[in-house]
Ligand binder design. Sequence first.
Ligand code: LLP
Length: 434
Amino acid sequence: MHSFHYQNNSLHCENVDLQDLIQEHGTPLYVYSQATIVDHFTRLDAALDGVDHLVCYATKANSNLAVLNLLAQRGAGFDIVSGGELYRIIKAGGDPAKCTFAGVGKTRSEIEYALEQGVGCFNAESEAEVQRLNDIAGEMGKKAPIALRVNPNVDAKTHKYISTGKSDNKFGINFESIPDAYARAAKLPNVTLRGVQMHIGSQLTSVDPFIEAVKKVTPLVEDLKAQYGIEFFSIGGGIGIVYEDTLASHDAAWWSRDDSDETAAVPITIEAYAQALLPLLKPLGLTIFLEPGRLIAGNAGVLLSEVLYEKKGGSKIFEIVDAGMNDLIRPALYQGHHDIVPVKQPASEDTVAVDIVGPVCESGDFFAQDRELPKLEQGDCIAVLSAGAYGFVMASNYNSRPFPAEILVDGSQSHVIRKRQTFDDLIAGEVIPK
Ligand code: LLP
């Protein structure tokens, strides 16, 4: 998190004091660093210079229009998983032709919309879907560009909810069935075979599963190129980020460090990823697509929250804050660790073990348990770090809690990129029958 640092005893995002943002916009509040988002994209793009490629940002990680616009302006493609995401890309100035449409359950109306808008490719996840794509394209007098998603049956060694490349996951088509699936698809009149895709999971902390998957799929890819003239191979997303000791380790550009000084907390450097995969990918002579989400946005954002009350219960001290699991669900859903730091730099290095919990009526509503943190007082604010990806996008209105505002910081400037929801927003669209 190299754009978040203490300055004058206060946590800053780039050159903006987060205490000022809290004063102006209240809490809970999401804050993103533009420099970080842009930096992550451009570094990854540059690291892949040796091969023809397109970085298709995984929209689901953080789909605020302002974030998408930053990436669209810099030539990014987009990995999308719904009609709604395609709509966002178009509104943000992105190019539908640079979009790959993934997901196991595309509906008829989503397929029609994507065909109308000229989506770059459908990453089909079953043969039934291929058939449907063919039928709908035929009705519309169009050809559907497609790739099949191969499930390579490789263990990504990540949390079971975000592991996707094993044969018992719902994703993709079995490795062994792929040749026949392509042969059948090639006979359909209204589809064009453009590529092949895979994605083995998210938050991978080693390059080894990527290498294993690419090596396993390479002969198949070569075969598909020879037989059907496919143009691209998408190796998916999944590059893990650092969630621990982030402020300390991220002052320097962590991924430009050489591997020898990596600690266990640093999962994959961009260079290590590129160096490991480029030699395997280059000889294929195909365009390589990547679909990173977390890598681009994860360490570019924080969730700010105020301590409402302290409560001592049994053996525990609870710091009850005004953000909840409805605002950031990762700790509750995946036992995800997020570093938490006070916005005002603590005067002392003393710590105390506390649970940071939200106001939602669920025992799963916590951000940290038994965490050693500097002593917090009522009214203090905290920053939940590494919340830029799969944070706001997974927020809900549970307990009728309005969505927080989102702020984008650019140097010394800050922009509200999403207004805080009001109570009226909460009930918009609801009707009491007469
Ligand atoms: N491509 C496909 C087909 C995907 O399913 C995903 C993520 C990505 C790319 C991007 O993966 P990334 O580079 O961000 O790891 N909500 C979970 C993560 C779910 C990931 C779903 N698919 C979390 O908070 O950890």
